[in-house]
Design a protein around this ligand. Structure first.
Ligand code: B1N
Length: 840
């Protein structure tokens, strides 16, 4: 017990160090035992693994809370300018390990658990991850929250607390089977509900023009449904800072848990039904990556979380006594794609209808508050809402969009007189057939900044999808190449690599990833290369053990681990990878003694449940694996493994083990990619097209350390234009022909030629993603990869240089760029205060 300077005789003051804040092994052990007893209500002999996990999670949460409250108090006192990151998805992954790293107490906790006879790794495994996202877009939001906190930037993540996140994937008979993700069933120790900050959101109904009490005509929205949003807060701690920001996710509930009126009138079931309808809004994440569904419930989700978030920002301003006019000074709202873009008309509605602000003033505030990130060029992923559906759910917002559009088209007319075709092209309403609201265009008009997520992607936005908007507002366009957090994807996931790095260059790189450059000095050191090689082998052995345990397949750790792990989509071309596997297999069948570099092909990833061809590609991989893995001619030189249920937890396990990273999308289709960065940061060499951030990765690591193949974006466009004939490639290339014939003949489907026919027809028919055009270049490049891998010392050099030169791809760099370029927000230092309790 420590006495403080001002303590008197009668009052003993104790530091609240102790069990809720202390970081020593002894204190951690005591706190853990205490939480097991008082929160889980268990004694060790009867505690389950989940009880132990929960006790540890609460022990860690206690240590976050002091930083969290200090941070909130500081922001509130300073009324700090704040980034509000609006995203329909936050793919956070497990929280415990990351919080241990960021608190800097991983080793202490590890020891504490050991001394209690528990295994920290097992407890980490116990956590059910919050999978509230599909893939790259949702994971990017999570990496950005980590970097925002690490850089001490005041920020709030706003999203939806889906009861069911992305489905769990099982594989039955080679096919994907979806299982609902009940991530909340064992309780979530990381969140705090804040019912006192609940808000109401209106839906449906109609609008009316009526005189107010002063006789002025106003528009009133008469909704036919009201739902309540309840915020659930999760602390987001920065790496070795005191900053703990907030992720605020909204859960939907019925306004009255029981509708007494309906009950009185006898409509008991109707009343209960209304409750179900409300709760459905935050029930489940839409499981589509890179495709828009146009479903009513999805629009309800969007307006729901957006309206809750904007009202929450207004509450914060009121609490901090910041006048509403200063909205753009207090907040910058980053729109993570168009999913939250209905925020633009919603902010207008709040200002004009609810705060009686004149239109011009409200519009001035709105367009200074929003910044829009586009994440895709795929036409099927660009959101557009049928006018009928939109107006039925959001009648007032539709009127507001019409008004925005009218004024916007006047502006266009002014800048480009007598250009009616341009007006038609740029209108926020697509009138070419059934009428739609074009959300990307709305986001462009309502934002002061528009960015793509990799240099090439931004150029293509300017040239193509948003070309007219670029001509209209060139000053709004800018690039922000994606990044990933080295805390989760190196420190936490790859301790062996980190130990080796730290032994050579210290640990500054964790906060300043460009420090990795210092590794280059060691690339000529044979002892270092030996250590590097040994490290990789150990990691591969772990993964091999895992594969054996989960699939019963034996893999050779000296074979090249060739990995493609990402969502399944035709444009990502997992089936091009399969064509390579089949080609190697065919070479072995033609000449069983052929000298081939042994490879283990690993696949992981989910397909959208309604995406038939993507699911068929999963089935194809498993079918090819069944043949290749069992064929005695192969003599274990090739193995094909599909690892089910690729999620964040699993990704962390798999990235470190890769020798080769497959980034093989059709040029011009992958906006950025972030898996490409995670692999390279863990020492994999990339085989890839000039697509997304691959272009910049290659620039950084050097062309000699990157395996490039395939058509460029321009070549793709040109070939499409001149009339691409996949059939000709098939006819001209015997290896290609044989590979496709093998699939078509039923060789991999127990003689059934029908099973994979839809896939074969796609390829030989129009081959939208140009696999056949890129096949030869891919195969030849893979042959060079195989050659390179035989010179393992050369390979290790390439691996080291990849890691050394990947500094650019930290999400810290991305976030710094956002801050300096257009968020214009400064770090705020958080002092860690000793909370002092006086006891008599
Ligand atoms: O966003 C990532 C990029 O690295 C990827 O290249 C890109 O494909 C991905 C609708 C999306 N773009 N669009 C989506 C997700 C869900 C949905 O309902 C679209 N995901 C991306 C991060 O920038």
């Amino acid at each position: 017990m420590q006495t403080l300077p001002n303590s008197s005789e009668t009052v003993t003051e104790v530091r609240v160090e102790d069990d809720r804040t202390g970081l020593s092994v002894e204190t951690l052990k005591r706190a853990f035992a205490d939480n097991l007893f008082y929160i889980q209500g268990k004694f060790p002999q009867i505690a389950s693994k989940n009880d132990f996990y929960m006790a540890l999670a609460y022990t860690v949460r206690d240590r976050l809370l002091r930083r969290w409250l200090n941070t909130a108090e500081t922001y509130s006192r300073n009324a700090s300018r704040t980034v509000a990151y609006l995203s329909a998805e936050f793919l956070m992954g497990p929280q415990l390990g990351n919080n241990l790293i960021n608190l800097g107490i991983y080793d202490q906790v590890n020891q504490a658990m050991q001394e209690l006879g528990l295994d920290l790794r097992e407890l980490l495994e116990e956590e059910e991850e919050p999978g509230l996202g599909n893939g790259g877009l949702g994971r990017l939001a999570a990496c950005y929250l980590d970097s925002l906190a690490t850089l001490e930037i005041p920020s709030l993540g706003y999203g939806i607390r889906y009861e069911f996140g992305i489905f769990d994937q099982d594989i039955k008979d080679g096919w994907q089977v979806e299982i609902t993700d009940k991530w909340l069933s064992a309780g979530n120790p990381w969140e705090l509900p804040r019912p006192e900050w609940s808000v109401e959101v209106k839906l449906g109904g109609h609008t009316e023009k009526r005189a107010d009490e002063h006789g002025n005509f106003k528009i009133y929205w008469v909704p036919n449904q009201v739902v309540k949003g309840i915020p659930y807060d999760t602390p987001i701690l920065g790496y070795k800072t005191n900053t703990a920001n907030t992720l605020r996710l909204w859960k939907a509930e019925a306004v009255e848990s029981f509708d007494f009126y309906a009950f009185d009138s006898g409509d008991y079931l109707g009343a209960v039904h209304q409750k179900t309808v409300s709760e459905n809004i935050s029930k489940v994440l839409y499981p589509n990556d890179n495709s828009a569904q146009g479903k009513e419930l999805r629009l309800a989700q969007q307006i729901f979380f957006v309206s809750c978030s904007l009202k929450d920002m207004m509450r914060i301003m009121e609490q901090q006594k910041v006048p509403l006019e200063q909205f753009p000074e207090k907040f910058v709202i980053q729109l993570n794609d168009t999913h939250p873009s209905v925020a633009i008309p919603e902010l207008m509605r709040l200002l004009v209808d609810e705060y009686d602000m004149p239109w011009e003033k409200a519009w001035g505030i709105t367009k200074q508050s929003f910044a829009y990130t586009n994440h895709t060029l795929l036409p099927e992923a660009l959101e557009r809402w049928p006018i009928g559906l939109f107006g039925k759910m959001l009648p007032r917002h539709l009127e507001i969009i019409y008004e925005i559009n009218k004024r916007f088209l006047d502006e266009v007319r002014m800048k480009f007189p007598d250009d009616t075709d341009r007006l038609r092209r740029m209108s926020l309403i697509d009138e070419s057939g059934e009428r739609y609201v074009r959300m990307a265009f709305l986001a462009c008009v309502g934002s002061y900044s528009i960015n793509g997520v990799a240099a090439l992607h931004t150029e293509l936005l300017k040239k193509d999808v948003l070309h007219d908007f670029y001509e209209m507002y060139p000053e709004k366009f800018n690039n922000k190449t994606n990044g990933v957090t080295p805390r989760r994807f190196m420190v936490l996931s790859n301790p062996r690599l980190c130990r080796l790095l730290n032994s050579k260059i210290g640990d500054e790189w964790i906060k300043n990833l460009y420090e990795l450059k210092k590794l280059e000095a060691f690339v000529e050191d044979p002892e270092f290369r030996r250590q590097w090689r040994e490290m990789k082998l150990e990691i591969k052995q772990d993964v091999a053990d895992y594969i054996k345990k989960t699939t019963d397949i034996d893999v050779n750790v000296n074979s090249m681990f060739d990995i493609q792990a990402k969502r399944f989509h035709e444009y990502k071309r997992q089936h091009l990878n399969v064509l390579h596997i089949i080609t190697l297999y065919n070479r072995i069948k033609a000449n069983p003694d052929i000298d081939i570099t042994p490879r283990t092909f690993l696949f992981g990833g989910k397909a959208a449940p309604g995406y038939y061809i993507a699911k068929l590609i999963i089935k194809l991989i498993n079918s090819v694996g069944d043949i290749v893995n069992r064929d005695p001619d192969v003599r274990d030189r090739l193995k094909v493994v599909f690892l089910k249920d690729f999620n964040v937890k699993f990704a962390q396990r798999i990235y470190p083990s890769a020798d080769l990273s497959e980034q093989i999308s059709t040029a011009g289709k992958e906006a950025s990619g972030t898996g490409n960065m995670k692999f390279a940061l863990n020492g994999a060499i990339t085989i890839g097209t000039l697509d997304g951030a691959n272009v910049e990765i290659r620039e950084e690591v050097g062309a000699e350390n990157f395996f490039l193949f395939g058509l460029t974006t321009e070549e793709v466009y040109a070939l499409k234009k001149e009339g691409y004939q996949p059939w000709e490639y098939y006819q001209k290339d015997p290896e290609l022909k044989l590979a496709i014939d093998r699939i078509a003949s039923g060789f991999f489907s127990h003689g059934d030629p029908k099973l994979f026919k839809p896939l074969v027809d796609h390829l030989l028919g129009n081959d939208q993603y140009m696999l056949l055009a890129d096949y030869r270049s891919y195969i030849d490049t893979q042959d060079r990869v195989s050659e390179a891998y035989r010179d393992i010392d050369r390979w290790v050099r390439m691996s080291i240089l990849n890691v050394a030169r990947m500094g650019k791809f930290s999400s810290d760099r991305s976030i710094r760029d956002y801050c300096e370029d257009f968020w214009k927000v400064q770090p705020v230092n958080i002092e860690l205060k000793e909370y002092v309790q006086a006891t008599a």
